[in-house]
Design a protein around this ligand. Structure first.
Ligand code: 17E
Ligand code: FE2
Length: 411
């Protein structure tokens, strides 16, 4: 198969891409079709590596309003609403919603997903269902699973045992939620426990860390220190880190040294945290998105996630990575032209680093032929015009196509 005229990652010049046996065989300025080789002209459209969703809660997806709506818009009411829905979970219900969500993602060019799955459930119903359904969905996406203790590790009955059981069942990563634990001491202890569990089992880590406007929430320094001391480094991801928005600049100045030394990754979820945070403020209202610009400028890896898709925490979402990047750039004031052009990296290579996808991710000869085509000439245009992903190719196979809308203006 020969794809002609691909504008790979905003490049000035187009390239032709030859795909054989599911891999990129040749990428060059001009390739001629071999005898009998099928060709498709991409017409100079933007070609990117597949999108990576680094942070979503698939167990809760598509449950907003069932059985109750989150009226206050706070994280904590979301957790209460979810606890009510959790009581009604069964395997088929989880699988059906996950299938629908992954198909939405597939249509938008997302081929890799990291999902947090709540393990503060004595029956681990959602976890077992997701570990099963992810096998069935492999043709559309690779799904990484994080054992996520929504109601705490030390503050929930048998929290530690449930985390250990999740590891036995085959999760890829260990989570924690230090800011939700009953006490600061429990927060620190939960991080120590989670880091050791990850280290012992050779797993990745992804912590819901300081998702609060409380500037005294300091889970991050503990997580980064353990990541450094246990040699976990970039296997560790700190998600949310909203409190960093509210830390004093003096504290951040000190913290940055540790963050750089630790090598950990960050995931910000701008759509969800601009809406969940600041809820205890009057005016001015903080929006709680972590310091993405400063972290990026310090050479620290930051990715953007959606966090939610129509669930107790967020009543919107369509399975696209576009809106999180679009709003994220506004929220963190990274609106310089170069920043906009490069911002696809928040949901491609930076997110791929979070998931440890390794060298086989990316548009290079020899790699699996996975890429997306957007109906735009570069990423600025794609973001600004909300351009659809017109084609998603996964390991050489076209798995999704979207026809751009045709608009007619009378005069
Ligand atoms: N749970 C949590 O603790 N925080 C979130 N942002 C979501 C679930 C979506
Ligand atoms: Fe989350």
């Amino acid at each position: 198969m020969l794809y002609k005229n691909a504008r790979i990652e905003n490049a000035e010049e187009t390239r032709d891409i030859r795909v054989r046996n599911g891999c990129f065989e040749e990428i060059a300025p001009e390739l001629s079709p071999r005898e009998g080789e099928e060709t498709e002209d991409l017409g100079g459209r933007l070609v990117l590596p597949p999108f990576v969703e680094p942070h979503i809660h698939l167990d809760a997806t598509l449950t907003a309003g069932d059985p109750v709506w989150n009226m206050s818009g706070t994280l904590f009411e979301g957790i209460e609403c979810w606890a009510k829905r959790k009581d009604k979970l069964n395997a088929e219900d989880v699988k059906d919603r996950v299938r629908r969500a992954v198909r939405l993602y597939a249509g938008n060019g997302v081929q890799y997903i990291r999902t947090h799955v709540d393990v503060t459930d004595p029956s681990l119903t959602a976890l077992k269902a997701i570990l099963e359904v992810r096998e069935e969905l492999r043709t559309l996406a690779d799904i990484q699973v994080v054992a996520f203790p929504q109601e705490g590790i030390l503050s929930f009955p048998n929290g530690k045992e449930l985390m250990e059981e999740a590891v036995r069942l085959g999760v890829d990563a260990v989570g924690a939620i230090p800011h939700f634990e009953f006490t600061r001491e429990y927060g620190v202890e939960s991080l120590n426990f989670a880091c050791e569990l990850a280290a012992k089992n050779g797993l990745l880590m992804d912590v819901h860390c300081d998702e609060t406007d409380d500037d005294q929430s300091r889970g991050l320094e503990t997580l980064a220190t353990r990541a450094l001391e246990l040699g976990l480094k970039d296997k560790v991801t700190a998600s949310h880190t909203c409190a960093m928005h509210s830390y004093s600049n003096a504290y951040v100045l000190k913290l940055m040294r540790l963050l750089k030394m630790s090598g950990i990754n960050f995931v910000a979820n701008p759509l969800v945290n601009t809406h969940l945070e600041g809820r205890a403020d009057t005016y001015p209202k903080r929006r709680g998105v972590t310091r993405v610009k400063e972290l990026t400028e310090a050479g620290i890896n930051v990715a953007f996630g959606n966090d939610d898709l129509f669930d107790p925490w967020y009543p919107m979402g369509c399975g696209s990575m576009r809106d999180t990047v679009y709003l994220g750039l506004h929220a963190v004031q990274m609106m310089g032209y170069g920043e906009i052009m490069n911002s696809y990296r928040f949901v491609t290579e930076n997110a791929a680093k979070v998931l440890h996808l390794g060298e086989t991710y990316g548009i290079r000869e020899g790699n699996p032929a996975s890429f997306v085509v957007m109906d735009a000439g570069n990423y600025h245009e794609a973001l600004s015009n909300n351009a659809p992903v017109v084609l998603s190719v996964r390991k050489g196979k076209a798995i999704a196509r979207t026809k751009p809308a045709v608009r007619e203006i009378a005069e």
